[in-house]
Design a protein around this ligand. Structure first.
Ligand SMILES: NC(=O)c1ccc[n+]([C@@H]2O[C@H](COP(=O)([O-])OP(=O)(O)OC[C@H]3O[C@@H](n4cnc5c(N)ncnc54)[C@H](O)[C@@H]3O)[C@@H](O)[C@H]2O)c1
Ligand SMILES: [Zn+2]
Length: 398
């Protein structure tokens, strides 16, 4: 009998077992005005040998509000490339932002389109929008027929530098971020910098904290560049932002391709530095805090903790704080006052990753450090410190 035993049964002669690998191609292209006539980046991504591919296009409402020309541009592009693409029905617009992930509406709508427009596993979904929209529609695309091809056009700094480049999708459920979702690499990612110009100041800034995160983890010279460019990002310099977003996207993508764990099977998830508290803060604020804003606070909490346990030089913490402040982030939120609820984020983070708690800190720039235990009393002091330093700073400014 081996029915319900928790113990794995020893493999006996005659059993079949074996490892297998699957090869994925991850394509990332940066351009300006991807849909303008004469830009052939999108058409070059479609497989000529398969004949015209069926495609359904879904756009984030917030993006279309600022770029009302986009649906017609997609249609014109498809008309000019009928040998490669058959657009199935009109270009659809659906709500974006975190609300898109907080219920099943966008997921259901995207799945319905895949069904009604005859989209198969060889067809394409063209999805343009912020990270939340890409996550929700991407989840539908990854599960309908067990996965249809997706071309992502991320349209925020955060999605171009991080979310849209990754291999994950998902929606929030049971009060937890990204509780439902899959790992599913996109067919391609097209970053169109021109789209960034219409972002609100908060969404423009938001992607910068993920750039700071990945620089702190992996690239000291990129961190220096971020410090240098912080002022220019604040005045909405597109050239500066474009370079930062590209560098951040490159480092995120390199981690996925070369890091040895694209589907996050290990308990360590370095790119989630600062995220155990960020995810909890987003949720505690009723998603008033944007993901990137919460990540900025989360980074400072974990670096303050690292400095308190003696593994990070105080000067590094100070320069990271300064850089985030220069970019315009506010490193405080009233949710920090509710420490016990915030600390539940550690347990939720462990559950989400599975297995042993693993939190990635930094012990220097470009020097990540995985720890498996957090001293809660020190973490309480770290959270308190982040609050009081911010309060002092704002009273000095005021
Ligand atoms: N899948 C991943 O690997 C991954 C990684 C990091 C973050 N994320 C997720 O990404 C989400 C955050 O993404 P985000 O920062 O892009 O925010 P967002 O998707 O919430 O978008 C912010 C707002 O900008 C609007 N918008 C989008 N493009 C626009 C444009 N060009 N001009 C004007 N408005 C525009 C949207 O409608 C929305 O209202 C979070 O849900 C986070 O969990 C996912
Ligand atoms: Zn993030």
């Amino acid at each position: 009998m081996h029915g319900n035993s928790d113990q794995p049964r020893p493999v006996a002669a005659g059993d079949h077992a074996g490892a297998f690998t699957v090869e994925w191609n991850h394509r990332l292209i940066t351009t300006r005005d991807a849909l303008s006539p004469g830009n052939d980046i999108l058409s070059n991504l479609l497989p000529v040998e398969e004949g015209p591919s069926r495609m359904v296009a879904c756009l984030d409402q917030g993006l279309v509000d600022s770029h009302p020309e986009l649906p017609a541009q997609v249609e014109l592009w498809a008309e000019a490339n009928t040998h490669l693409v058959r657009l199935m029905g009109k270009v659809e617009t659906m709500p974006g932002g975190e609300e898109a992930k907080n219920d099943f509406n966008v997921f259901n709508e995207a799945a319905r389109l895949i069904n009604e427009r005859g989209i198969c596993r060889k067809s394409f979904m063209l999805v343009a929008g912020g990270g939340a929209f890409l996550d929700a529609v991407g989840f539908a695309a990854a599960t309908a027929h067990r996965g249809v091809r997706v071309i992502r056009m991320p349209s925020t700094t955060l999605s171009q530098g991080d979310a849209g480049v990754g291999v994950k999708n998902g929606i929030n459920a049971f009060g937890k971020k990204n509780f439902l979702g899959t790992f599913s690499p996109p067919w391609a990612v097209v970053n169109d910098s021109h789209l960034l110009m219409s972002l609100t100041d908060r969404d423009w800034r938001s992607g910068l904290s993920e750039a700071v995160k990945v620089a702190l983890l992996k690239d000291a010279s990129f961190f220096e560049e971020l410090r240098r460019l912080a002022g220019r990002t604040r005045t909405r310099d597109l050239d500066a932002m474009e370079g930062i977003v590209q560098h951040s996207a490159h480092l995120h993508m390199k981690h996925i391709i070369e890091g040895g764990d694209p589907f996050e099977l290990s308990t360590a998830r370095p790119l989630d530095f600062g995220h155990w508290s960020a995810h909890k803060l987003e949720q505690m604020s009723g998603f008033d805090l944007k993901h990137g804003e919460a990540v900025a606070i989360g980074l400072v909490i974990d670096m303050t903790y690292a400095a308190m346990i003696g593994c990070l030089d105080e000067a590094v913490l100070k320069s990271a704080r300064r850089c985030l402040l220069d970019m315009g982030f506010t490193l405080d939120h009233e949710a920090l006052g509710n420490q016990e609820v915030l600390l539940e984020g550690l347990r939720e983070f462990r559950e989400h990753l599975g297995g042993q708690l693993t939190i990635t800190l930094v012990q220097g720039i470009g020097e990540p450090l995985d720890v498996h235990e957090i001293d809660l009393n020190v973490m309480r002091r770290a959270i308190e410190d982040v609050r009081s330093v911010s309060l002092n700073e704002s009273s000095r400014v005021g």
